[in-house]
Design a protein around this ligand. Sequence first.
Ligand SMILES: [Zn+2]
Ligand SMILES: [Zn+2]
Length: 343
Amino acid sequence: MKAAVMRGIRDVRIEDIPVPPLLDDEALVRIRSVGVCGSDIHYYTHGKIGRYVVQPPFLLGHECAGEVVEVGAAVRNVKPGDLVAVEPGVPCRRCRFCREGRYNLCPDVVFLATPPVDGAFAEYIAHAADFLFPLDGVSLHEGAMCEPLSTGLQAVRRSGLRMGDTVFIAGVGPIGLCALQAFRAGGAGAVYVSDLDADRCRRAVALGATQAFDASDSELAAKLRELTHGLGPDIVVETAGSEKATAQSVEMVRAGGVVVLIGLSPAAIIPIDTIAIIDKEIDIRGVFRYANTYPAALSMIRRGAVDVKSMITAEYPLDRAKQALDDVAARKPGVIKAMVVNG
Ligand SMILES: [Zn+2]
Ligand SMILES: [Zn+2]
């Protein structure tokens, strides 16, 4: 089969590789849409994320949807011809975290395009069938968008959002825009956002943000206080991976509020005001991927509670996967989510 194989940093080539073998509980999926994610770009440009190091040959791509073409003997939930969203992380199903339903914390999770596990920049993948979800009318592109949307849903769940809560989201790239829509759909009141990119700010407002701010505005914290009767937002979500925004989040959030961290800042260890955390009894919660979100994500897309389609700004055939990676890596203006398509 054809695949876009990473051979080194910024080196991706189209090659012919074997179709993966199929286990009894797996389905062979012909990949049709794959979104290019920030993590793909990081592997592509740096060759690693933390302790995950790319050993070429390697396949990127984990936000995907496609068509089931063959199923293993034990598979009951999907059949050949089904169009499915692929949940990329398959956990062990046996450890404490899996049994508690927090399978995103499973130490043995096998996650597409996370070294050494290959991703979906290929014609086919073999995937555990219980992590495939029939699209039932949702488009393939939207099926692939269930992945970043899932991170947005996980952020809402982790935040403990209550109806009418005021939310501030730092960074409205794809994850920020998904989080914005998830908070809106989940019953948030005002949702304020910030970004350095004016185009992204405009998109955020079009997708329901109450107001968007330039992230470099030194008055941002003061303005948010003013908009919230001097208290600060109930929930602050950091998606930008900005050290400044991460440190600022505890300053901005109201006393008793919740800070949700999603974005990975370049330095893992950063100065943060611990006195503010104690004084204000702030809860700081991390978001690592997601668990049990795909059915909700599909249902929300299907009934129009969120709009993930408008976030897709570019499309590339698999043959041009390298161009897709280069364009996203260069932060080509106007590119939010690039899709690699196949057939
Ligand atoms: Zn992703
Ligand atoms: Zn497990």
